[in-house]
Design a protein around this ligand. Structure first.
Ligand SMILES: Nc1ncnc2c1ncn2[C@@H]1O[C@H](COP(=O)(O)OP(=O)(O)OP(=O)(O)O)[C@@H](O)[C@H]1O
Ligand SMILES: [Mg+2]
Length: 249
């Protein structure tokens, strides 16, 4: 039996760049074995929030803990599989060489790499292209390689910033199968997305808009609470309510 414990805790987070405030009073808790999807319009602050959780940005106010440690914390990076919104790959190297390099950075031994690369590449259907240089990859292939890199060390926590961009529906389903399986094994997954089908697959949703969390809970709970029939409708209704509330302030 897997005992649930809190993997990510964000309390009263205010975050931004310089004097600009992008996120206000964000509170969030993700348990091990849970998948949380962060949704919100472009520019809402999704990447800012995941970068803060990763420890790449220091909170302006409030606190972030990951696996019980206050972030930023360099040592914890080895336990997090991270896929950035913008691919950071070595174009002159092959897919396999990229996986070897980033896997070694995560602390994998050559033996472990040999064992785990085929699995990670298999999840994203890249087995046939592993020995091609990344500069000859399509945009979607680069996204898939970035996802394989996040998966290769079998980390306790996955943080995936728009992992399904450029991924076709069939492969998207295969990726979701893997994510659900990882969650069943007790791994924690935080992802951002603009795709409602992805949001519906998550255990928990957090919608951010204009710097604030406007709705939070399981997809089922939110659909019931907002008296609508889809996650998309929740998102639209929560957005309208936020606009109405702001009008009276
Ligand atoms: N490095 C930065 N310096 C200054 N402002 C930034 C920086 N990065 C992001 N911002 C601003 O912070 C806000 C939130 O950006 P962020 O990238 O977090 O949004 P997002 O929700 O991830 O959007 P998208 O869906 O387009 O990826 C935007 O107004 C953006 O212009
Ligand atoms: Mg983003």
């Amino acid at each position: 039996m897997i005992v649930m414990s809190e993997t990510i805790h964000v309390s009263n987070l205010q975050q931004g760049y310089g004097k600009t405030v992008v996120l206000r009073d964000i509170n969030l808790s993700i348990q091990s074995g849970e998948i949380l999807a962060l949704i919100g319009p472009s520019g809402a602050g999704k990447t800012t929030l995941v970068s803060t959780i990763m420890g790449m940005l220091k909170p302006q106010q409030g606190q972030v803990t990951v696996l019980g440690q206050t972030m930023p914390n360099r040592q914890l990076l080895a336990k997090i599989g991270y896929m950035a919104q913008t691919d950071a790959l070595y174009e002159a190297l092959t897919g396999r060489e990229n996986l070897n390099f980033f896997g070694a950075m995560q602390g994998l031994t050559p033996g472990q790499l040999k064992q785990q690369i085929p699995h990670a590449a298999g999840v994203v259907n890249l087995q046939q292209d592993l020995d091609t240089r990344v500069q000859a990859y399509s945009g979607g292939m680069k996204r898939r390689l970035s996802l394989a890199i996040a998966l290769v060390s079998d980390p306790e926590l996955l943080i995936l910033d728009e992992p399904t961009v450029g991924i076709d529906p069939e492969l998207r389903q295969q990726i979701w199968q893997e994510l659900h399986q990882l969650a069943t094994k007790g791994k924690t997954i935080l992802l951002t997305t603009h795709v409602m089908e992805d949001a519906e697959q998550a255990d928990q949703l957090m919608m951010i808009r204009n710097g604030a969390a406007i709705a939070q809970g399981t997809p089922k709970h939110l659909i019931a609470a907002f008296h609508v029939d889809s996650v998309e409708a929740v998102f639209l209704k929560a957005g309208r309510q936020q606009d109405e509330n702001n009008r009276y302030i």
